[in-house]
Design a protein around this ligand. Structure first.
Ligand SMILES: [Zn+2]
Ligand SMILES: [Zn+2]
Length: 67
């Protein structure tokens, strides 16, 4: 898939990512790598604690409890 054009969120940066939820092309800044969606769709997930991804997605480089 080729992602070209501007980010549909800020409309100023080049879109380098595609939301797997709605298909919106967004830039790196507005792409939620945690869920693989755009910032708009990511807001739907909110701060949901139930990780339905069922995976150790949080292998971050930070201490426990980022909130
Ligand atoms: Zn953007
Ligand atoms: Zn989206």
């Amino acid at each position: 898939m080729s992602v070209t054009g501007l980010c549909q969120v800020c409309e100023s940066a080049t879109a380098t990512r595609g939301c797997r939820q709605c298909g919106t092309n967004v830039c790196e800044k507005h792409f939620d790598r945690t869920h693989g969606v755009c910032s708009r769709c990511a807001s739907v997930f909110g701060d949901g604690d139930d990780g339905d991804d069922g995976g150790p997605g949080r292998s971050g480089s930070g201490p426990t409890g980022m909130r």
